[in-house]
Write a protein of this length. Structure first.
Length: 357
């Protein structure tokens, strides 16, 4: 009886032990989040919030799912809102970036290569230095003048001219008839103001150093352009008036030397001045090459009667040649012609060199 009771107690103990081992362990309850925790703090693992969540031993109830909270807007006050912005896309996605090339820079004082298109006056802040050697064959004499002009504005320029050399038989030496190189003594200043693109006024003051002589010269430079190929103009030195001694010339130093010798040796009345109608025509054969012709009439001492040799009284001159723009800043030219069509010996060549800075 005792043995049977002991066996029953042992069996009940074994059954109770097996039941305890087979039961699953209970989950620890989730700790509540602190009150000052941030809203976007991570949730506890498993997603359960209370005892009502389903488990392996639950009666089929579903698990609670926590929806993620929206992040707060960057612009809390609405200052960055753009009512006109397209909906459904960010501004960055709809903004097209375009690379725009800068406008070409225009150089101040630009000067056309084509002689037909060049203005009467130099552009502002541009200067030009010129040499123009020329000669006649019989009687032979020649000269060269240095000319400089500077654009004060696009419509006004100042200029300086100096006849620095001449080749001729000095009229002061009666016994010596040989040619010689003589330093020039004629110098002058001028001012040209452009009134229209085709018209300007010019005032010049030519002087002779020793013996002193002075004159004033007035001109009305004109230039009419026809398309890209043709231009005509003239009247640069329309009127010359003697103020003292004799009217100096910038063309031939021989005339100045002869007038100076006459002024010193006798009281012979000198020329009162001249009226000169000078015209030119330009044909732009190529962008760098232009054919240039000049024709005019000069009335020395305001007279049509000759009082001596070449260059006195009424004379007609004609010349034709070409100008070539070798560089944008350098012109070269050559021409042939007559200083007086009534005298074949006045035929001769002339050169041109223009250098711009």
């Amino acid at each position: 009886m005792r043995v049977r009771r002991l066996i029953s107690i042992l069996a009940v103990g074994l059954l109770a032990s097996a039941t305890v081992i087979a039961a699953p362990p209970k989950k620890a309850p989730a700790k509540p989040a602190p009150k000052d925790a941030p809203k976007d703090a991570p949730k506890p693992a498993g997603g359960a919030t209370g005892a009502g969540s389903g488990s392996a031993a639950g009666g089929g109830s579903g698990s609670a799912v926590d929806m993620p909270e929206d992040a707060p807007p960057k612009d809390m006050e609405g200052k960055d809102e753009n009512p006109g912005a397209p909906k459904g896309a960010t501004v960055e996605a709809n903004t097209e970036v375009r690379v725009v090339a800068p406008p070409p820079k225009i150089k101040r004082g630009a000067y056309p290569i084509e002689e037909v298109q060049r203005p009467i006056t130099m552009p502002r802040n541009m200067s030009e230095v010129s040499l123009g050697p020329h000669a006649q064959l019989s009687p032979y004499f020649g000269a060269d003048a240095l000319r400089a002009r500077y654009g004060v504005t696009d419509k006004a320029q100042i200029g300086v001219t100096y006849v620095f050399a001449g080749i001729y038989d000095d009229p002061a030496t009666v016994t010596d008839d040989s040619l010689g190189l003589h330093a020039g003594k004629a110098v002058g200043v001028d001012l040209t103001v452009m009134l229209k693109t085709w018209a300007a006024v010019r005032v010049a003051v030519p002087m002779y150093i020793s013996p002193f002589a002075l004159a004033v010269q007035l001109g009305a430079p004109l230039k009419f352009t026809f398309g890209d190929k043709f231009a005509i103009g003239g009247f640069d030195d329309l009127l010359t008036i003697r103020l003292k001694g004799f009217p100096p010339t910038f063309y031939q130093e021989f005339y100045n030397a002869a007038a100076a010798d006459t002024l010193q040796m006798s009281s012979t009345v000198q020329s009162r001045g001249s009226l000169r109608f000078s015209t030119f025509g330009i044909y732009q054969y190529k962008p760098k090459t232009a054919l240039v012709g000049r024709l005019g009439v000069n009335a020395d001492d305001f007279s049509t009667t000759k009082t001596g040799g070449v260059g006195t009284g009424l004379t007609t001159f004609a010349r034709i040649g070409f100008d070539y723009t070798w560089k944008t800043y350098l012109d070269l030219g050559l021409s042939l012609g007559f200083d007086d069509l009534a005298h074949g010996g006045s035929f001769g060549p002339a050169g041109l060199l223009n250098f711009r800075i």
